[in-house]
Design a protein around this ligand. Structure first.
Ligand code: SAM
Length: 243
């Protein structure tokens, strides 16, 4: 389906992305629950299961925001008598990191202000790299994918959770109603920011569909790229390895 959205110029895109997360950092966790009807928790849980966290591992959670994925990764890595995993939550927006620190439960987490396009981490330094609902906002997507590949150890796992394309007409119809009608209204009501939430909805439609994004991951160097549709393709989990 073509929705005929205009291309957003680079500076405007970066400004809008920053605006969305600056204005709503504190309400961010609430909005996630409201907009996804709590389903983002299930999607994140599936992502962590697929990441198979182990004691002592090092995760980099790119565009990690308030650190949901990093916390869950560390918790899931716990085994009696062994040192749990550690994580770096890297995000371009300091306010998101601050909101995450405030939330507590941050043992084993380091917080780093960093752009996904230029990660301040060594080559081959992470056992696992993930990005949840973040890649869509990155301007130079291929550069960010190459960076995430670079910091992974050979044999390390990459996971990307992102909104995607509904795979059936029925799911698409319900989803269109929810995202085009309800989400901008809820954004106006809860975050007092209709435009930014309208922009979020539109950015989801502009993001490449499942197979096109999988092809980008292969181009960035990832091996054994697989796609798992979540909730009928409303979101998708892309996984790959550094071979
Ligand atoms: N991963 C978290 C989660 O799933 O709850 C946060 C997702 S939030 C929707 C998107 C995050 O991407 C925001 O915290 C935003 O600041 C961050 N972000 C946007 N562009 C970025 C970039 N170029 N580099 C790093 N982080 C970025």
């Amino acid at each position: 389906t073509s929705f005929g959205f205009r291309e957003v110029p680079r500076e405007e895109k970066q400004g809008l992305v920053r605006g969305v997360f600056d204005r709503s950092a504190r309400r961010y966790d609430l909005m996630n629950d409201v907009m996804s009807l709590g389903i983002h928790r299930v999607w994140k849980d599936i992502t962590i299961t697929r990441a198979r966290p182990k004691p002592g591992e090092r995760l980099i959670d790119v565009a990690g925001g308030t650190g949901d994925l990093a916390r869950a990764f560390i918790e899931r890595s716990r085994r009696p008598g062994e040192k749990p995993a550690t994580a770096i939550v890297a995000d371009i927006n300091e306010e998101m990191l601050r909101a995450g620190i405030k939330r507590g439960q941050a043992d084993g987490i380091e917080w780093a202000v960093a752009n996904a396009e230029c990660l301040p981490f060594d080559d081959r330094s992470a056992d696992c790299v993930m990005i949840g609902f973040g890649i869509r906002n990155v301007t130079e997507r291929m550069q960010a994918l190459r960076e995430m590949h670079r910091v992974l150890k050979p044999g390390g796992r990459f996971l990307c959770l992102e909104f995607s394309r509904p795979v059936t007409r029925a799911v698409a119809n319900i989803y269109d109603l929810w995202s085009f009608k309800a989400i901008p209204e809820l954004g106006a009501l809860i975050a007092k920011d209709r435009d930014s939430y309208q922009y979020l909805v539109e950015s989801i439609r502009r993001f490449p569909h499942q197979e096109a994004f999988a092809a980008e991951l292969r181009e960035a160097g990832f091996g054994e790229v697989k796609v798992t549709n979540l909730s009928g393709g409303i979101a998708a989990l892309h996984t790959g390895w550094r071979t």
